[in-house]
Design a protein around this ligand. Sequence first.
Ligand code: GAL
Length: 684
Amino acid sequence: MGLTRVPGLLFGGDYNPEQWPEEVWQEDVRLMAEAGVNLVTVGVFSWSRLEPAPGVHEFGWLDRILDLLHAHGIAVDLATATATPPPWLVRDHPEVMPVDAAGTRLEFGSRQGYCPSSPVFRAATVRLARAVAERYRDHPALAMWHVSNEYADHTAECFCPESARDFRRWLKERHRSLDGLNAAWGTTCWGQHYTDWTQIEPPRKAPGPVNPAQLLDWRRFSSDALLACFEAERAVLKEVTPDVPVTTNFMSVLRDLDYWAWAAAEDVVTDDAYPDPADPRAAVKAALSYDLMRSLKRQPWLLLESAPSAVSWRPVNVPKDPGVMRLHSLQALAHGSDGVMFFQWRQARYGPEKFHSAMLPHGGTATRQWRETLALGADVRRLAEVAGSTTRAEVALLLDWDSWWGLEAPESMPSDRLRLHELLLSWYAPLHARGIAVDLAPPGRDLSGYRLVIAPNLYLCTAEQAAALAAFPGHLVVGPFSGVVDAADQVHDGGAPGPLRDLLGVRVEEWRPLPDGAVQEVETADGTRLSARTWTEWVEADGAEVVARYRGGPLDGRPAVTRRGNDLGNGTGSATYLSCLPEDPAPLLDEVLAAAGVTGVAGPDLPEGVEACRRGPYLFLLNHGSRTVTVPLPTPTQTTTDPDTVFTDLLTGRPLPSGPLSLAPGDAVVLKQSSPVLNSTDRF
Ligand code: GAL
């Protein structure tokens, strides 16, 4: 049993039957069955059809389609339909529409038009969620609840008076008193001292930079306000159907929502991933977001939306070349998804997404897209046994939303070029290229299960987080501009790295961001040269040893990289601090990987462009490159009765002898050691 009551891997997509005459439904379910679809998401934007007038419900069409789907063996991820309030609600209560930072109330005519703090909106969503839950609680097609849709996609924040009231409530809980708030926000700066709660407003468009501490609290609040919307609906669903899993679809590596907090409120993590086929880094960006999804609850997750080919919302919507949909889908499975789902099943005839690709395109079944849909459905069926298997990572990258929000405050930083997603990628990409499994983790967590932990940036770092890092017995790498401020965005006494100072054994005296295009040379102790861009620091070693120094310029000879516990070979942990951003951190990374005893799942010689992921007893090898490559297969750990038939490729059912494997561009294999059968804790 996988994430839902549907066995095996899930395959399907968003299905909007209300956009089609009922005759089309018959063809839909027939073709779904042909493609092996076993789950569809229904009703996401159906509020105005399900409740055409206040309290008046029209469930007939939804009853009929759920019955029809069930009759064809297709389960349903049923939406609570609250993603877009209906016109009558907006006409009767214009205040449910969100207001932007400049004070403009947005108009009806798109989707996600709601203020997260609106009591009218929240009450209406809860009423509809209850009506839907009570109607379908026992429907045999119901496999999962899908609350709203992509929170924070169009509406991540609202600046209306109701939101201001809610913000004040939230601030009172956090800061207790006005004195506490004034102190935390540093309101003596620029004359912002508050003498009454009613003076406090959201950080609207102002003449100059807004108070960054206020902005940080605002981002925390905005994530919480949307989470409260989710939780209100979830509570009703859990009351009516305690055993049906509840999800809401995430948006990959998204700054607006603290997904650690959100995932804790969900039963199943689901993600919508739309890597741009025109982006040469599409595969590595997707891999990072999939590993985040797997890490959020440390269990399999579900790719709930992806594009069969082109999307419709980029300035230029490049389609996926033949085979790319398959490769990208297998990639999600390799990283722990228990299925492959798309937006959407049937390509729309009208609306802003009429040019968005679909599993079943405008051209119907005589198309390349449909043939690829059928073939992928067959692949997914062949991989059914992969469902539920887990990944064990020995490396973790730290990710903290508070710190991210603080780091990316506009107009008040030494440089606005430090962007957390890029900083994560700068470490993730070389790990990925080496076939090393990576988890994402919040900094306060017990990290003792990992051998290597990398904090690309921890601008905001509390004493508690620093203590958790100090307790980590393995190898720790901390990137620049870390340990700078506390939870209120106030600079730690004595400067950076604040509470990490003893652990890292350094003091930072000055931030020295580099102008765009400038390069600072760095030389390691063994003479290896690295080029740093974007950022450098004036650092004093204070207990740490210097493992690389700046060469040239005003920092010439000064520490660039330091390490405490420098004897990497002595079997104990170490703490490395990088005060710069090397263009290619590989030499430093390889050193700590060797010290930590971490190797890639497919050995050290992974060809460029090949992705290797281990999931339980399965080894996924995917060739994202443009050349045919030879991948050395791992040595089996146990002897088999037939040494020539050691592995089976689940995708073809073909036995493979151990030894090098040739992988064409865009091709993939999913290997399982044939004999003896390994369980999920065995290694190749
Ligand atoms: C998602 C959204 C879907 C659809 C899709 C198109 O953001 O949840 O409803 O719009 O994008 O790519």
